[in-house]
Write a protein that binds this ligand. Structure first.
Ligand SMILES: [Zn+2]
Ligand SMILES: [Zn+2]
Length: 214
């Protein structure tokens, strides 16, 4: 698709298929946050739009039973308790490394092509553009479900039949803890009545996102 020079994004229209037109200007645009709790529309299509909005508690509600199911699979295959605990902790550790690498090398990749910008915006750019959009913070479960399949196959290749589920369950548990903590750091209510200013919020965002250049 053609990249239009000096393209201006219309914030009142669905955003996803517009950001690609920004070309080289996308990088700067995406790092100028709109600090509003109200989320913009991503897609004109109702189903796609629905899939981009996730309440934070859907993450533990959907994924914790899956974590338990995977851990239970290892227990049924006779894995001992200390061994199990070790694998779950190892899974959490592997998730942490993975999150670090993804954020460092993929989430902040520089793009300027139409589809590069569009995919980056969907994957992570939207979080920097709309950091306070509570429904676009945790990862949509439908997308997670798709990504889990190749990861599960990879873990099965690298671990034994009885250890793979516990390791994978630990990794998924690490993800759930990460996504909920991340949400809390953006939206959690402090007990004191001291108004939280923007600087405080952006500081917290930097701690979580770690590698934000802006
Ligand atoms: Zn964040
Ligand atoms: Zn980031």
């Amino acid at each position: 698709m053609m990249v239009v020079q000096n393209f201006v994004v219309d914030l009142n229209k669905a955003l996803v298929f517009q950001v690609g037109h920004l070309g080289e200007a996308y990088e700067e645009w995406v790092h100028q946050p709109i600090v509003s709790k109200e989320g913009p529309r991503f897609f004109e299509n109702e189903i796609l739009e629905f899939l981009t909005r996730t309440v934070w508690w859907a993450i533990p509600v959907i994924w914790l039973p899956v974590v338990c199911w995977f851990i239970y699979k290892s227990i049924r295959m006779g894995l001992s308790c200390p061994h199990l605990a070790l694998l779950v902790v190892l899974g959490i550790f592997v998730w942490t490394l993975l999150e670090y690498s993804l954020h460092r090398f993929l989430f902040h990749i520089k793009t300027k092509t139409y589809w590069g910008n569009t995919l980056h915006y969907l994957l992570h750019g939207c979080h920097h553009k709309h950091p306070m959009d509570g429904l676009r913070l945790v990862f949509p479960p439908a997308a997670t479900a798709i990504l889990l399949m190749p990861f599960w196959n990879l873990v099965k290749l690298m671990a034994t039949t009885s250890t793979a589920p516990a390791l994978f369950g630990g990794g998924l548990l690490g993800y759930v803890m990460y996504d909920c903590t991340h949400y809390y750091l953006h939206h959690g209510q402090p007990r004191t009545e001291v108004p939280r200013n923007l600087k405080h919020k952006s500081l917290k965002r930097k701690i979580v996102d770690g590698f934000t250049s802006s």
